[in-house]
Design a protein around this ligand. Structure first.
Ligand code: GFB
Length: 311
């Protein structure tokens, strides 16, 4: 990828896309193609094909998606399915029509079967039943990565798929109904501290385990893979380490400086018991994550406080 190549980042205002944008700008890439969702509705086939035909980018990062935590995935199944599928189908097909040299599709670790062996190897995809709370999103993401493989097979497109683990970072969503656990807990513990509450409610039993990767680490991996990975198979991006939600809650409580109690609401779903990615494949290529979890959360907490994102 040359510094002057035309590179389209679909979803550049989201947490993932904005991390990729920051990273490309820092590396000196000068020809970045960006559109907000108001300017270009990626669910609209005519708009997407017209845009791609006119702009003809050389590289595409497909980071646009409707995302959310376990609550949003469960509640808005139809929206998660339709919006994500439409975005993928339109952008991938239009990239083929516009002769894009290379496209990277970003998936999610929820594409793996709920009860698959841990850590999750790339070949476990489609070997079992999915977690029901995020089945709609996972099926849309599986369709996207399969579409990349089919276009490679029939049309010889260099379209690759990467599967990041659970992410956190700047530009995250702190709306408690839709947020993922890490920003939700930062917000809950921060509000409880400010309002002198005696306890914070954490969803589920606290026993579920999750792996958390900083979005800047993801952007680093994504750039590395765009430059060095050309295989049809998917590739995981993670840290190789996970912690329980109970441990995460205690870590965030400590970082925020909340002195009260933690209560677990077991009427809320735990979701997948564990989804630790096997990162041997990317590790063999020479990439590993760098941002330690505690340090990453401290930085994000300080950033959102400065930006007054939290109460
Ligand atoms: O981050 P999260 O919503 O996503 O939840 P998933 C992870 C775990 O944290 C679950 C618990 O066991 C939740 O029950 N949790 C505890 C909370 N307190 C909270 C809270 O206040 N808010 C939230 N959101 N969770 C999503 C998928 O699954 O992760 C998506 O639904 C996607 O499809 C994404 O894959 C990365 O890891 O369970």
């Amino acid at each position: 990828m040359e510094k002057s190549d035309k590179i389209y980042i679909a979803g550049h205002r989201g947490m993932v896309g904005s991390a990729i944008l920051r990273r490309l700008e820092k590396e000196g890439y000068t020809n970045l193609l960006l559109r907000t969702s108001d300017e270009l509705d990626l669910r609209n086939q005519n708009q997407v094909q017209g845009f791609m035909e006119e702009e003809r980018p050389t590289y595409v990062f497909l980071a646009a998606a409707q995302v959310g935590g376990i609550g949003a995935n469960d509640k808005y199944r139809a929206e998660f399915f339709y919006n994500n599928l439409m975005i993928e189908v339109n952008v991938i097909h239009a990239s083929y029509l516009a002769n894009v040299k290379k496209l990277m599709f970003l998936g999610s670790s929820c594409i793996y079967p709920k009860m698959a062996d841990q850590p999750l190897k790339e070949e476990y995809i489609l070997t079992g039943v999915l977690e029901s709370t995020n089945e709609a999103y996972a099926i849309a993401k599986i369709a996207g990565l399969k579409m990349c493989q089919y276009y490679r097979h029939q049309y010889k497109c260099n379209f690759i798929s990467v599967m990041p683990t659970n992410l956190f970072g700047y530009n995250d969503n702190y709306d408690l109904e839709k947020a993922h656990v890490l920003p939700a807990l930062l917000s809950k513990f921060h509000t409880a501290k400010i309002e002198n509450k005696s306890s914070v409610v954490v969803w589920g039993t606290g026993a579920a385990k999750r792996e958390f990767l900083h979005s800047d680490d993801l952007a680093d991996a994504v750039l590395f893979l765009m430059q060095h990975y050309d295989d049809p198979g998917l590739i995981n991006i993670g840290t190789g380490k996970d912690i329980s939600i109970m441990e995460l809650a205690n870590l965030i409580k400590d970082i925020v400086g909340f002195k009260g109690e933690i209560e677990f609401d077991s009427t809320k779903p735990d979701g997948t018991p564990r989804k630790l990615l096997n990162v041997d494949k990317i590790g063999r290529m020479g990439w590993q994550s760098k941002i330690e979890l505690r340090k990453g959360i401290i930085e994000v907490y300080s950033e959102v406080q400065n930006m007054k994102v939290l109460a």
